[in-house]
Design a binder for this molecule. Structure first.
Ligand SMILES: [Zn+2]
Length: 303
């Protein structure tokens, strides 16, 4: 799948080792590899002396200890969270308790839409409902320290509260799970919404930053071009769904089978949710019809 995007899967950082990726930016890998997390989640430290931590990660004792060790002798003023999935935000409370830093993010976890009857969040990388930021950041708001300023950029889609952070005057943006070099992220209802996701890609596509540091894997270079490839990829996925439905009515497993060739079996459920995200969007746009609200069990046809 996704051969149309030039993915970069080279990434070689051992867990819990500090690496400086540019002056004033360090990163550290959590030992939580998997089909959704690639080699693991990345925590970033921005600044020197008085610093911000972006995405402290899951409750992983070795990682929390290594992260605190990395900033020993420094002051952590802010803990920024890109989104409330369990591999990104839960350690915020522990880092806050140890450092006194204030936590910042778009807001607590929420679904992108109301849940249907009997529906529950279904993915392994599920929600951290305990995270409530001390400071709820609005789009464009800036958090600063000596020699650095991070601008909050709301990027809903992967989750409703997803936020990227632009490191001002450097051409760098911390993209969380919104844009990554190794893969496209899962956009799975009810946490995620495809229409929001596409709008957030268009928004990043209009920005000037050229290098992204994502929540998983290596840096995205030539970012504006990469974002356009992401957009084209999602449009192509949408076109394949419409093409298959033009042949006749289908359910989601049938669509997954016809669209994703050579899919990692561990990702079948996620692929189904991704297709559901497209179908919600296509139904809202009047291009596809189904009985009642779009659901994972539904059957779909062209309108
Ligand atoms: Zn996530």
């Amino acid at each position: 799948m996704s051969e149309d995007i030039p993915f970069d899967k080279s990434f070689d950082l051992p867990p819990d080792r500090v690496e400086e990726v540019m002056p004033g930016v360090r990163r550290m890998l959590v030992s939580n590899p998997g089909p959704f997390t690639f080699k693991g989640t990345l925590s970033y430290v921005v600044g020197t002396g008085r610093v911000a931590i972006i995405d402290p990660g899951p409750i992983d004792e070795a990682h929390i200890a290594a992260l605190l060790d990395a900033v020993r002798g420094e002051t952590v003023s802010h803990i920024l969270v890109t989104h409330t999935h369990r591999d990104h935000s839960p350690a915020a409370a522990r880092i806050k308790a140890a450092t006194g830093a204030m936590t910042c993010g778009e807001g607590p976890h929420r679904a992108a839409r109301a849940l249907h009857v009997g529906e529950a969040p279904r993915l392994e990388a599920s929600a951290d409902r305990d995270f409530h930021p001390d400071v709820a950041l609005a789009d464009g708001e800036t958090v600063t320290g000596p020699g650095w300023a991070l601008e909050a950029v709301t990027t809903p889609g992967h989750t409703a509260n997803h936020m990227a952070f632009a490191l001002k005057d450097t051409g760098v943006l911390f993209s969380g799970d919104h844009v990554m070099a190794w893969s496209t992220p899962i956009v799975a209802p009810p946490d995620g919404a495809m229409s929001d996701y596409m709008a957030s890609l268009e928004k990043l596509g209009r920005r000037a930053e050229t290098m992204y540091f994502p929540g998983h894997g290596g840096a995205v270079r030539d970012a504006p071009r990469f974002v356009q490839q992401y957009i084209r990829h999602r449009r192509a996925r949408e076109a394949s769904i419409l093409k298959r439905l033009a042949v006749g009515e289908a359910d989601i497993p049938t669509l997954v089978g016809s669209i994703y060739i050579g899919l990692d079996p561990r990702l079948t459920k996620a692929a189904g949710l991704s297709v559901l995200a497209h179908l919600e969007d296509l139904t809202a746009r009047g291009l596809v019809v189904t009985q009642g609200t779009p659901s994972i069990e539904g059957r779909y046809r062209r309108s």
